[in-house]
Design a protein. Structure first.
Length: 262
């Protein structure tokens, strides 16, 4: 897994664009203390700017996904996007139909030969049980957290991000803590596969750029056929690790960072 997919200047320029409602190149340069020539080079060569930003006729730059709460535009890249409260209030079958329509909209292949729809429902049920566990364990109220199913960011060949589920926990002012983005890879299995560990971690560096400096991105592999499983598995050719949990132990992934059980 690459430790970085964008240098400090690219991250800063992209983040500033995505945090503003239209900004000119000169204001980017002034705001970041970077010379205008360097800023222009990034505006027209950066993969993240090229794929996920645009310039209007007034020479104002905009991000397609805002680094805001909520993340305006993020839903355009998801099969299903909403708050946890909206997810829990929606009928299971209605949720599936909405997810299917969203997948068609974003170009997600809906070939059900290998039981894709069953896997969608398996993921739904695991997440519904997970939120029930959070309530019982006294975790922070998740109803306003953003929730994405079947995230597909692939507007061009440069930046590609896939996630089965992305759960966004916003920053908390008191006690101060950053926001967390939990990128969850779901498998209907009960054993750890190295390729799936690597897959769970693959897009973390890209999500870190897209979501910006106020969010820490955490990858986890969720094995829904396992029980009482919570461990960590090392990523290939790296010292970094990914959390691995069964559906009934998924709350541990959040507790490791939010600390609601301590």
């Amino acid at each position: 897994m690459p430790s970085s997919v964008a240098d400090a200047n690219e991250r800063a320029i992209y983040s500033l664009i995505c945090s503003e409602d239209g900004v000119r190149a000169r204001d980017v340069a002034r705001g970041l203390g970077i010379d205008r020539t360097t800023v222009n080079r990034y505006l027209y060569a950066s993969p993240f700017v090229r794929d996920l930003c645009y310039r209007d006729d007034a020479y104002l730059w905009y991000g397609l996904i805002g680094q805001t709460v909520p993340h305006h535009g993020l839903g355009e890249f998801c099969g299903w996007y909403g708050t946890v409260g909206e997810f829990l209030a929606q009928d299971r079958d209605a949720w599936l139909q909405e997810l299917k329509r969203g997948c068609v909209r974003i170009g997600r292949n809906l070939n059900d030969t290998r039981g894709l729809f069953h896997s969608f429902l398996d993921t739904h049920d695991a997440m519904a049980s997970f939120f029930s566990d959070l309530r019982q364990l006294g975790a922070p109220d998740p109803t306003s957290w953003e929730l994405c199913f079947e995230l597909r960011i692939r507007r061009a060949r440069h930046v590609r991000i896939y996630a089965d589920v992305l759960l966004l926990v916003p920053p908390a002012p008191a006690p101060a803590r950053p926001g967390y983005a939990f990128s969850l890879e779901f498998k209907m299995k009960d054993a750890i596969d190295q390729a799936e560990v690597d897959q769970a971690a693959k897009y973390v560096p890209y999500l870190e750029v897209v979501l910006g400096p106020t969010y820490n991105v955490v990858a986890a592999l969720v094995l829904t056929s396992a029980r009482d499983l919570y461990t960590h598995a090392r990523i290939s050719r790296s010292t970094a690790e990914v959390s691995v949990a069964s559906g009934d132990m998924l709350f541990n992934v959040l507790d490791e960072y939010l600390g609601f059980l301590s």
